[in-house]
Design a protein around this ligand. Sequence first.
Ligand code: FES
Length: 202
Amino acid sequence: MSSTKPNASPATNTRNRITSSPKARLTSQGELTLPTSNILSEEKNTELSKLEAILEDKESRSDQLIEVLQDMQTQFHCLPEDELRIVAERLGVPQIEVFRVAKFYKAFSLTPRGRHLLTICMGTACHVRGAPKLLDTAAGQLNVSPGETTADRGFTLERVNCLGCCALGPVAVLDGVYRDHITPGTLHKLINAVRKRDKKGM
Ligand code: FES
């Protein structure tokens, strides 16, 4: 993989980009003051470093917009607005278009999602085969309503109207894996298993 700037880490690149315009000033007492935008939290720096890596080799590549947004969604579990503005500038895409795409596709979210995305199909075919019980099970176990994310950012629960595989209903999708003919009991175990796995990984 080639680097956009040899001898500079993505983090350094990012910091340079973000802080290059506002200038540090010396006060009359000889103290150095930095503009507010220079004072970035470690978390923000990490996020911007990740964005820098995602954007590597994509300068002015407007055709890469969807791919960049997919990578951002995977890395950040959402599409932060400030970062979307950076993407617009770097890819050479109008901000309005970047936000339109980010809002149009269900795969993208402007608000933070959990580490795991659980989607329950509530289309007619799944509905008559017990999807409401699946949704109740998941909502009760996770203590959220559809469209919400658990307080620990572990899960986001969503409902959709059809996943296009009606013969397999009821269907739930966990982190992109389709679970066909799933029962409330199986779903309950599945959520527990993911939680246990997450705890072990901590
Ligand atoms: S109704 Fe559930 S997949 Fe179509």
